[in-house]
Design a protein. Structure first.
Length: 304
Protein backbone atom coordinates (compact mmCIF):
# COMPACT_ATOMS: atom_id res chain seq x y z
CA UNK A 1 0.00 0.00 0.00
CA UNK A 2 2.82 2.37 0.95
CA UNK A 3 4.70 1.48 -2.24
CA UNK A 4 1.64 2.27 -4.36
CA UNK A 5 1.25 5.65 -2.64
CA UNK A 6 4.91 6.52 -3.23
CA UNK A 7 4.61 5.46 -6.88
CA UNK A 8 1.57 7.70 -7.37
CA UNK A 9 3.38 10.56 -5.64
CA UNK A 10 6.40 10.20 -7.93
CA UNK A 11 4.07 10.55 -10.93
CA UNK A 12 2.11 13.49 -9.54
CA UNK A 13 2.81 16.72 -11.43
CA UNK A 14 2.03 18.96 -8.43
CA UNK A 15 4.33 17.02 -6.10
CA UNK A 16 7.16 17.09 -8.65
CA UNK A 17 6.82 20.86 -9.14
CA UNK A 18 6.79 21.58 -5.39
CA UNK A 19 9.76 19.26 -4.85
CA UNK A 20 11.78 20.98 -7.59
CA UNK A 21 11.07 24.41 -6.08
CA UNK A 22 11.98 23.33 -2.53
CA UNK A 23 15.17 21.52 -3.54
CA UNK A 24 16.21 24.46 -5.73
CA UNK A 25 15.93 26.80 -2.75
CA UNK A 26 17.21 24.50 0.02
CA UNK A 27 19.80 22.41 -1.84
CA UNK A 28 20.91 24.29 -4.98
CA UNK A 29 24.43 22.84 -5.16
CA UNK A 30 23.79 20.76 -8.27
CA UNK A 31 22.01 23.50 -10.26
CA UNK A 32 25.19 24.80 -12.02
CA UNK A 33 25.67 21.26 -13.41
CA UNK A 34 22.06 20.57 -14.33
CA UNK A 35 21.77 23.99 -15.99
CA UNK A 36 24.51 22.91 -18.45
CA UNK A 37 22.20 20.24 -19.85
CA UNK A 38 19.10 22.45 -19.92
CA UNK A 39 18.90 22.61 -23.73
CA UNK A 40 19.20 18.80 -24.19
CA UNK A 41 16.50 18.33 -21.53
CA UNK A 42 14.25 20.76 -23.39
CA UNK A 43 14.92 18.92 -26.67
CA UNK A 44 13.86 15.70 -24.94
CA UNK A 45 10.66 17.29 -23.53
CA UNK A 46 9.76 18.87 -26.86
CA UNK A 47 10.38 15.57 -28.68
CA UNK A 48 7.99 13.72 -26.35
CA UNK A 49 5.39 16.49 -26.65
CA UNK A 50 5.55 16.59 -30.44
CA UNK A 51 4.83 12.86 -30.75
CA UNK A 52 1.18 13.89 -30.24
CA UNK A 53 1.27 15.82 -33.54
CA UNK A 54 -0.30 13.66 -36.24
CA UNK A 55 0.75 14.27 -39.83
CA UNK A 56 -2.92 14.04 -40.86
CA UNK A 57 -3.39 17.52 -39.38
CA UNK A 58 -1.47 18.95 -42.34
CA UNK A 59 -3.64 17.30 -45.03
CA UNK A 60 -6.45 19.84 -44.92
CA UNK A 61 -4.95 23.13 -43.67
CA UNK A 62 -7.93 25.21 -44.87
CA UNK A 63 -10.16 23.44 -42.35
CA UNK A 64 -7.92 24.62 -39.55
CA UNK A 65 -7.37 28.18 -40.78
CA UNK A 66 -9.68 29.80 -38.22
CA UNK A 67 -8.35 27.85 -35.19
CA UNK A 68 -4.81 28.66 -36.31
CA UNK A 69 -5.51 32.40 -36.59
CA UNK A 70 -7.34 32.44 -33.24
CA UNK A 71 -4.53 30.53 -31.51
CA UNK A 72 -1.77 32.75 -32.90
CA UNK A 73 -3.73 35.89 -32.02
CA UNK A 74 -4.40 34.73 -28.46
CA UNK A 75 -0.93 33.44 -27.71
CA UNK A 76 1.40 35.86 -29.44
CA UNK A 77 -0.60 39.06 -29.92
CA UNK A 78 -2.88 39.16 -26.87
CA UNK A 79 -0.89 37.21 -24.26
CA UNK A 80 2.50 38.34 -25.57
CA UNK A 81 1.55 42.02 -25.67
CA UNK A 82 -0.16 41.91 -22.27
CA UNK A 83 2.92 40.28 -20.70
CA UNK A 84 5.29 42.94 -22.05
CA UNK A 85 2.94 45.82 -21.19
CA UNK A 86 2.58 44.63 -17.57
CA UNK A 87 6.35 44.17 -17.23
CA UNK A 88 6.93 47.77 -18.32
CA UNK A 89 3.99 49.27 -16.38
CA UNK A 90 5.23 47.76 -13.12
CA UNK A 91 8.76 49.04 -13.85
CA UNK A 92 10.42 45.70 -13.16
CA UNK A 93 14.18 45.38 -12.91
CA UNK A 94 15.97 44.95 -16.22
CA UNK A 95 16.64 41.18 -15.80
CA UNK A 96 12.97 40.57 -14.90
CA UNK A 97 11.78 42.71 -17.79
CA UNK A 98 14.03 40.78 -20.18
CA UNK A 99 12.70 37.51 -18.75
CA UNK A 100 9.10 38.49 -19.45
CA UNK A 101 9.92 39.73 -22.96
CA UNK A 102 11.52 36.35 -23.72
CA UNK A 103 8.47 34.61 -22.21
CA UNK A 104 6.15 36.71 -24.41
CA UNK A 105 8.10 35.65 -27.51
CA UNK A 106 7.69 31.91 -26.89
CA UNK A 107 4.91 29.51 -27.99
CA UNK A 108 2.36 27.88 -25.63
CA UNK A 109 3.27 25.46 -22.85
CA UNK A 110 3.78 21.82 -23.84
CA UNK A 111 1.04 20.97 -21.32
CA UNK A 112 -1.66 22.72 -23.39
CA UNK A 113 -2.69 19.53 -25.21
CA UNK A 114 -2.78 17.14 -22.21
CA UNK A 115 -4.37 19.81 -19.99
CA UNK A 116 -6.98 20.42 -22.68
CA UNK A 117 -8.03 16.76 -22.49
CA UNK A 118 -7.82 16.81 -18.69
CA UNK A 119 -10.06 19.90 -18.45
CA UNK A 120 -12.56 18.80 -21.08
CA UNK A 121 -11.32 21.05 -23.87
CA UNK A 122 -11.47 20.40 -27.61
CA UNK A 123 -8.46 18.15 -28.22
CA UNK A 124 -7.99 18.74 -31.97
CA UNK A 125 -8.44 22.51 -31.57
CA UNK A 126 -5.72 22.58 -28.89
CA UNK A 127 -3.44 20.35 -30.95
CA UNK A 128 -3.80 22.49 -34.08
CA UNK A 129 -3.21 25.68 -32.07
CA UNK A 130 -0.19 24.13 -30.36
CA UNK A 131 1.32 22.93 -33.67
CA UNK A 132 0.70 26.21 -35.49
CA UNK A 133 2.18 28.24 -32.63
CA UNK A 134 5.42 26.26 -32.72
CA UNK A 135 5.73 26.60 -36.49
CA UNK A 136 5.01 30.32 -36.12
CA UNK A 137 7.77 30.59 -33.51
CA UNK A 138 10.23 30.87 -36.40
CA UNK A 139 8.56 34.14 -37.36
CA UNK A 140 7.34 35.60 -34.07
CA UNK A 141 10.13 34.67 -31.65
CA UNK A 142 12.97 36.32 -33.64
CA UNK A 143 10.69 39.23 -34.56
CA UNK A 144 9.72 40.00 -30.95
CA UNK A 145 13.18 39.46 -29.49
CA UNK A 146 14.83 41.24 -32.39
CA UNK A 147 12.62 44.30 -31.83
CA UNK A 148 13.88 44.66 -28.24
CA UNK A 149 17.45 43.29 -28.44
CA UNK A 150 18.57 43.55 -32.09
CA UNK A 151 21.52 45.77 -31.17
CA UNK A 152 23.39 42.80 -29.70
CA UNK A 153 25.94 41.35 -32.18
CA UNK A 154 25.02 37.97 -33.66
CA UNK A 155 21.72 37.97 -31.78
CA UNK A 156 19.49 36.77 -34.63
CA UNK A 157 21.89 33.92 -35.46
CA UNK A 158 21.79 32.66 -31.87
CA UNK A 159 17.98 32.82 -31.82
CA UNK A 160 17.66 30.75 -35.01
CA UNK A 161 20.16 28.18 -33.70
CA UNK A 162 18.12 27.84 -30.50
CA UNK A 163 14.87 27.60 -32.46
CA UNK A 164 16.37 24.85 -34.60
CA UNK A 165 17.47 22.99 -31.46
CA UNK A 166 14.16 23.46 -29.62
CA UNK A 167 11.60 23.18 -32.45
CA UNK A 168 12.96 21.60 -35.66
CA UNK A 169 15.20 18.96 -34.06
CA UNK A 170 12.50 17.74 -31.61
CA UNK A 171 9.95 17.57 -34.43
CA UNK A 172 12.30 15.44 -36.57
CA UNK A 173 13.12 13.22 -33.58
CA UNK A 174 9.41 12.83 -32.78
CA UNK A 175 8.83 11.51 -36.33
CA UNK A 176 11.62 8.97 -35.77
CA UNK A 177 10.04 7.87 -32.49
CA UNK A 178 6.68 7.38 -34.24
CA UNK A 179 8.06 5.54 -37.29
CA UNK A 180 10.33 3.29 -35.23
CA UNK A 181 7.37 1.97 -33.25
CA UNK A 182 8.79 3.27 -29.96
CA UNK A 183 5.73 5.42 -29.33
CA UNK A 184 3.70 2.49 -27.99
CA UNK A 185 6.38 1.97 -25.35
CA UNK A 186 6.82 5.69 -24.64
CA UNK A 187 3.15 6.69 -24.29
CA UNK A 188 2.47 4.92 -20.95
CA UNK A 189 5.35 6.80 -19.28
CA UNK A 190 5.37 9.98 -21.39
CA UNK A 191 3.67 12.12 -18.74
CA UNK A 192 6.07 10.97 -16.02
CA UNK A 193 9.12 11.56 -18.23
CA UNK A 194 7.93 15.09 -19.08
CA UNK A 195 7.19 15.87 -15.42
CA UNK A 196 10.62 14.76 -14.20
CA UNK A 197 12.30 16.61 -17.07
CA UNK A 198 10.53 19.74 -15.86
CA UNK A 199 11.78 18.90 -12.38
CA UNK A 200 15.34 19.29 -13.67
CA UNK A 201 14.47 22.49 -15.55
CA UNK A 202 12.76 24.17 -12.59
CA UNK A 203 15.37 22.91 -10.11
CA UNK A 204 18.13 24.40 -12.30
CA UNK A 205 16.42 27.77 -12.65
CA UNK A 206 15.48 28.07 -8.98
CA UNK A 207 18.87 26.76 -7.84
CA UNK A 208 20.77 29.32 -9.92
CA UNK A 209 18.60 32.07 -8.39
CA UNK A 210 18.21 30.60 -4.89
CA UNK A 211 19.48 33.77 -3.19
CA UNK A 212 16.55 35.73 -4.64
CA UNK A 213 14.04 33.19 -3.35
CA UNK A 214 15.76 32.97 0.07
CA UNK A 215 16.84 36.49 0.94
CA UNK A 216 14.72 38.71 -1.32
CA UNK A 217 11.24 37.13 -1.47
CA UNK A 218 9.55 40.54 -1.51
CA UNK A 219 11.30 41.31 -4.81
CA UNK A 220 9.18 38.53 -6.34
CA UNK A 221 5.89 40.31 -5.55
CA UNK A 222 5.87 42.46 -8.75
CA UNK A 223 6.67 39.31 -10.76
CA UNK A 224 3.80 37.51 -9.05
CA UNK A 225 1.49 40.38 -10.07
CA UNK A 226 2.51 40.04 -13.73
CA UNK A 227 2.19 36.23 -13.68
CA UNK A 228 -1.19 36.44 -11.93
CA UNK A 229 -2.36 38.97 -14.52
CA UNK A 230 -1.40 36.84 -17.53
CA UNK A 231 -3.03 33.70 -16.11
CA UNK A 232 -6.00 34.45 -13.84
CA UNK A 233 -6.62 37.98 -15.17
CA UNK A 234 -6.37 37.29 -18.88
CA UNK A 235 -8.09 33.92 -18.51
CA UNK A 236 -11.11 35.63 -16.90
CA UNK A 237 -11.30 38.12 -19.77
CA UNK A 238 -11.15 35.37 -22.43
CA UNK A 239 -13.80 33.39 -20.54
CA UNK A 240 -16.09 36.43 -20.27
CA UNK A 241 -15.77 37.32 -23.98
CA UNK A 242 -16.19 33.69 -25.06
CA UNK A 243 -19.29 33.25 -22.90
CA UNK A 244 -20.78 36.48 -24.18
CA UNK A 245 -20.38 35.33 -27.79
CA UNK A 246 -21.66 31.81 -27.00
CA UNK A 247 -18.43 29.99 -27.81
CA UNK A 248 -18.75 26.24 -27.23
CA UNK A 249 -17.50 25.39 -23.70
CA UNK A 250 -14.98 22.80 -24.94
CA UNK A 251 -13.54 25.18 -27.50
CA UNK A 252 -13.49 27.99 -24.95
CA UNK A 253 -11.43 25.85 -22.57
CA UNK A 254 -8.88 25.26 -25.33
CA UNK A 255 -8.82 28.97 -26.16
CA UNK A 256 -8.24 29.88 -22.50
CA UNK A 257 -5.30 27.48 -22.27
CA UNK A 258 -3.76 28.76 -25.51
CA UNK A 259 -4.30 32.35 -24.39
CA UNK A 260 -2.86 32.07 -20.88
CA UNK A 261 0.10 29.70 -21.14
CA UNK A 262 3.64 30.11 -22.38
CA UNK A 263 6.37 27.50 -22.55
CA UNK A 264 8.26 28.71 -19.48
CA UNK A 265 10.91 25.99 -19.83
CA UNK A 266 11.52 27.03 -23.43
CA UNK A 267 11.70 30.68 -22.30
CA UNK A 268 14.07 29.85 -19.44
CA UNK A 269 16.39 27.99 -21.81
CA UNK A 270 16.53 30.93 -24.23
CA UNK A 271 16.91 33.47 -21.41
CA UNK A 272 19.71 31.49 -19.75
CA UNK A 273 21.68 31.01 -22.96
CA UNK A 274 21.23 34.56 -24.27
CA UNK A 275 21.00 36.75 -21.15
CA UNK A 276 22.03 34.89 -17.97
CA UNK A 277 20.51 33.23 -14.91
CA UNK A 278 18.79 36.31 -13.43
CA UNK A 279 16.48 36.59 -16.43
CA UNK A 280 15.04 33.11 -15.82
CA UNK A 281 13.22 34.04 -12.58
CA UNK A 282 10.03 35.27 -14.37
CA UNK A 283 9.73 31.87 -16.08
CA UNK A 284 9.82 30.09 -12.71
CA UNK A 285 7.23 32.39 -11.13
CA UNK A 286 4.98 32.01 -14.18
CA UNK A 287 5.29 28.21 -14.07
CA UNK A 288 3.91 28.23 -10.52
CA UNK A 289 0.99 30.47 -11.47
CA UNK A 290 0.18 28.43 -14.58
CA UNK A 291 -0.08 25.30 -12.46
CA UNK A 292 -2.23 27.04 -9.82
CA UNK A 293 -4.46 28.43 -12.57
CA UNK A 294 -4.88 24.97 -14.12
CA UNK A 295 -5.91 23.58 -10.72
CA UNK A 296 -8.33 26.50 -10.40
CA UNK A 297 -9.86 25.70 -13.81
CA UNK A 298 -10.25 22.07 -12.78
CA UNK A 299 -11.95 23.05 -9.51
CA UNK A 300 -14.39 25.47 -11.16
CA UNK A 301 -15.16 22.86 -13.84
CA UNK A 302 -16.11 20.34 -11.16
CA UNK A 303 -18.27 22.91 -9.34
CA UNK A 304 -20.13 23.66 -12.58
Amino acid sequence: MAELFILKLLRNRNFILILSLLLGIIYPQFSPRTSQILVPILVFVMTLSMTSINSSLFRNPVRWLKPILVSLTLNYLVLGSFTIILAFLLELSEPSRIGYIVLAATPPAVAVVPFSSFLGGEHEYSLVGFTASYLAAFLFTPMILGFFFEAQPGFQDRIFILLFELVVLPFLLSRLVIRSGLLDHVNPVKGTLVNWSFFLIIYSIVGLNHEVFRSEPLSLVPLAVVSFGITFGLGSVIHWIGTRYSVDSKRLTSMILLGTSKNSGFAAGIALVLFGAETTVPSTVTTVFMLIYTLFLDMTKKIE
